[in-house]
Design a protein. Structure first.
Length: 186
């Protein structure tokens, strides 16, 4: 079964090399941003949103070039982050600065293939994984008066249908699963 699902994820034609080209752009642009503007007092959430937008643009441009057809990026928040036009399949990019979870949109009803990304270091360390998620994979936090549902690293770790491009998983001495980021060397 896992081979079939992984084959399904391979419909995108993405490789570690292709993703690496996108990540190099993200690293260079974030280093330039940090050099130009320094500490603006942005929260890690704000920085994740900024990196996410840079990643959307970098992926759309790089994927289009490498795959030989247009990969469109979202023109509005309601649109999927990326759309692979030749196969007419959307992809969401979820960004986090943590090594254990992501936050999503509580009322999103669409199942998607997700590029799950965790960033760290000096904007040059990443975990990147392609995985298909359904709404039930996300843990609602609405009962705790928090809008965004969460997705743990363990949930991704436990899924057989994933393609890890960068980084990996670490089991801590307490048995929890954390993300291991990999340095993008330019």
């Amino acid at each position: 079964m896992a081979k079939k699902v992984n084959a399904d994820l391979q419909k995108f034609g993405l490789t570690k090399k292709t993703l690496f080209e996108s990540l190099k752009i993200v690293v260079l642009r974030m280093k330039k941003f940090n050099h130009e503007y320094g500490d603006l007092g942005l929260s890690r959430k704000n920085i994740s949103e900024l990196i996410g937008k840079i990643m959307e643009k970098a992926c759309a441009d790089t994927f289009s070039k490498k795959l030989g057809y247009e990969v469109k990026r979202a023109s509005a928040d309601r649109d999927p982050d990326l759309t692979f036009t030749k196969i007419n399949v959307p992809m969401e990019i979820k960004m986090t600065s943590t090594d254990n979870s992501w936050t999503g949109g509580e009322f999103s009803k669409r199942p998607f293939d997700y590029l799950m990304v965790s960033w760290g270091g000096n904007f040059d360390e990443f975990f990147c994984c392609l995985v298909h998620l359904e709404k039930e994979n996300w843990k609602s936090n609405i009962q705790n008066n928090f809008y965004g549902p969460s997705l743990s690293a363990k949930t991704i770790y436990d899924k057989k249908d994933k393609l890890v491009f960068f980084g990996g998983f670490i089991r801590t001495c307490r048995g929890t699963i954390k993300l291991k980021r990999q340095k993008v060397v330019l």
